[in-house]
Design a protein around this ligand. Structure first.
Ligand code: TUI
Length: 307
């Protein structure tokens, strides 16, 4: 399926991988790119040099293009923003903020800039500042989310901008891709389904938790402080919700969650760790290679769209 996004990125399929913290490292990014999508290294809260090393390791595994996601709340965002230029990265996505201050530097380096947005207002602003495309990410997504659902956000962003729109949030198979295209998207960003990919380095406990998840198993923490994060329910989310209800400050709650995503992803502590995943987790039922995931999804989407 050719769209303005496959042209822009030079990829075979209109699929980009989410820049998931601790998950989107070089094995996963290289596997997604090798399978014809766009793999991404997730900068998350990592220092610039760690991201540089990940980029170089991914390049050893694939000659295909890979991108980097710059998480703008990170204390290292500025360093990571420079590292992507120095390492010759061609595509950058950004999350959890407004990337305006880096746009000129990235554009001057010939980088395709694709901010993740959760509102029409930010999408329009990003287009004005020279973004090449936007990811419209609905609140079905895992991790840090906005308020709008994918179903409502995508068509409103499509109507508001002329640049191509990539849909994200709640997409986990070919039906989701076809639906996103019906809303006017020209590609999709997939997160949760790639977490359980064979090439994903995530602890098996985490993968099995997603595979066993039911439709209603995710919860959003941090809404009262304006920092909503979607993850699968466990001891951690229950404790967080209790303290949030008791009116604990954002700082106290942040302190409690420090390091808990790493604990779940790397150590497999899915009881006290943070198990970020989207609402589509309930539909994900097995571990497959990135190539199997992409080919299965594309075949189904193409059949539904009659292409
Ligand atoms: O960024 C994400 N998802 C993430 S980042 C992350 S690491 C983290 N963990 C805990 C707390 C905070 C971060 C885990 N998951 N997705 C992209 C995304 N961006 N979703 C929503 C937004 C967003 C929201 C508001 C982007 C911009 C924005 O407003 C910016 C502005 O200034 O208007």
């Amino acid at each position: 399926m050719k769209t303005r996004i496959t042209e822009l990125l030079g990829v075979d399929h209109p699929i980009i991988q989410g820049g998931m913290a601790w998950v989107a490292e070089h094995h996963l990014a290289a596997a997604v790119s090798e399978a014809g999508g766009l793999g991404l290294i997730g900068g998350a809260n990592a220092p610039g040099e760690v991201v540089r090393a990940e980029i170089r390791k991914a390049k050893e595994l694939t000659g295909k293009p890979i991108g980097v996601n710059v998480m703008l709340l990170s204390p290292h965002a500025e360093d990571v923003a420079k590292v992507v230029v120095e390492e010759g990265i061609k595509v950058v996505t950004t999350g959890a903020g407004n990337p305006e201050k880096y746009m000129d530097m990235w554009k001057a380096a010939g980088i395709k800039v694709i901010p993740v947005v959760a509102s029409v207002a930010l999408a329009k602003r990003m287009e004005k500042y020279g973004a090449d495309a936007v990811v419209a990410e609905g609140s079905e997504s895992g991790g840090h989310i906005g308020e709008q659902t994918t179903m409502t956000l995508v068509p409103q962003v499509v109507d508001a901008v002329s640049i191509p729109v990539i849909a994200a949030g709640g997409i986990g198979d070919g039906r989701g891709i076809a639906a996103a295209f019906m809303l006017g998207a020209e590609a999709v960003q997939i997160g949760t389904r790639f977490v359980v990919a064979k090439e994903s380095i995530v602890h098996d406990n985490y993968k099995q938790r997603i595979i066993k998840a039911k439709d209603i198993d995710s919860a959003v923490t941090g809404r009262s402080h304006g920092h909503p994060v979607r993850c699968l329910r466990n001891q951690m989310t229950r404790e967080y919700a209790k303290l949030e209800q008791e009116g604990k400050s954002f700082e106290e709650l942040e302190y409690m969650t420090l390091g808990t995503l790493r604990k779940a992803v790397q150590e497999g502590d899915i009881t006290n760790g943070t198990v970020m995943a989207g609402q589509i987790a309930g539909m994900i039922c097995r571990e497959q290679t990135c190539r199997e995931i992409i080919e299965e999804m594309m075949e189904q989407a193409e059949r539904l769209l009659g292409r």
